[in-house]
Design a protein around this ligand. Structure first.
Ligand SMILES: Nc1nc2c(ncn2[C@@H]2O[C@H](COP(=O)(O)OP(=O)(O)O)[C@@H](O)[C@H]2O)c(=O)[nH]1
Ligand SMILES: [Mg+2]
Length: 307
């Protein structure tokens, strides 16, 4: 689905807090001879923006070797870094899966407060703007106020919603919603779930059940299982991603709150540690504050080239 834009200026704005940690110090290195000292400085910058040890080591080793071979004479360190960062993100399918026969079902999971419901609203709005019919399943029946939060979004955006009582079985709500999506010929069913701690076994099993009833009603569903991670939670997101991936087949990551973190490099660490592609990023609280994760646009915004 080509629903989402990847806009350099929006991403730059979204990554503005990361600027002081990465892009600003990097810009002072422009034009410098790429020697051992410069490379070491670069290593510190990458680590402090949460790029993670795996990507940092790979890039630094590669640059060191190239420098030793004399390949980096007259090269700009920022351009060299840009190439290497981009290479790390290549070769992944970052598009949202679509069902060959509608409805497409997208299950949204993650721990409490990371931005799931907001992200569901963002995806719903993008689908509506693309003239697709959408149905929301309010399968967070656990937290007080969760159903009404999603209902508020639904009525603001003009999207239909299937909901149950607080405390009711979220798998039953999902089953009803999936049935309704089929009966009404909806293009996309978006399933919002309860925030669970990755340490809460019963809740993790409930998520598996929600997934199973979706498959029962819609063959091959869910077509996407999006894990929402909170960009401000740093290394904690890695633990969550691994735990969720053990329990259900996570097909993509929605990295929310990228605008709230000074460590936007976390994207690299997430992909290194989990192998799951980041597909969407959230850069604000409004329904339009979502961007496709496009490696080139992201890297350019991250290191702020062309400024
Ligand atoms: N700055 C910012 N805030 C966000 C973003 N996504 C969600 N939020 C906020 O994070 C808080 C929790 O969001 P919510 O969707 O209720 O999380 P949930 O518990 O996972 O469903 C709310 O105050 C949202 O407005 C984002 O991309 N950027
Ligand atoms: Mg929620």
């Amino acid at each position: 689905m080509g629903l989402f834009r990847a806009t350099l200026n929006s991403l730059r704005r979204g990554l503005s807090k990361t600027r002081s940690v990465l892009a600003d110090p990097l810009s002072t290195m422009r034009g410098r001879v790429i020697d051992a000292e410069t490379i070491e400085e670069l290593e510190h910058l990458l680590l402090s923006s949460d790029v993670g040890v795996t990507t940092t080591d790979a890039i630094i080793q590669d640059i060191r070797e190239a420098a030793n071979q004399g390949e980096l004479k007259n090269r700009d360190i920022i351009e060299v870094l840009r190439e290497r960062l981009l290479a790390r993100l290549q070769g992944k399918d970052r598009s949202l899966a679509i069902a060959s026969k509608p409805p497409t079902a997208i299950l949204v999971a993650g721990v409490n407060g990371v931005g799931k419901t907001t992200s569901v609203a963002k995806i719903g709005k993008a689908l509506l703007d693309d003239n697709r019919s959408v149905l929301l399943a309010a399968a967070d029946t656990f937290r007080a106020g969760a159903v009404s939060q999603l209902s508020t979004w639904a009525s603001r955006l003009g999207i239909e919603i299937v909901k149950g009582e607080q405390g009711s079985d979220p798998a039953a709500v999902t089953f009803d919603a999936a049935s309704a999506a089929v009966a009404r010929n909806a293009d996309v069913l978006l399933i919002d779930t309860a925030g669970r701690l990755h340490t809460q076994e019963p809740l993790m099993r409930q998520l598996e059940k929600i997934k199973a009833v979706t498959t029962k009603k819609i063959p091959d569903a869910p077509h996407e299982v999006l894990l929402v991670l909170d960009g401000t939670q740093g290394q904690n997101t890695l633990v969550q991603a691994k735990r969720f991936a053990q329990s259900i087949d996570v097909t993509g990551i929605f990295l929310a709150k990228l605008d709230g973190t000074a460590r936007g490099g976390i994207v690299f660490a997430i992909e290194d540690e989990t192998g799951i592609p980041v597909k969407l990023v959230g850069i604000g609280e409004r329904p339009e504050d979502v961007e496709a994760f496009d490696p080139e646009t992201f890297v350019d915004a991250l290191i702020d080239v062309g400024q």
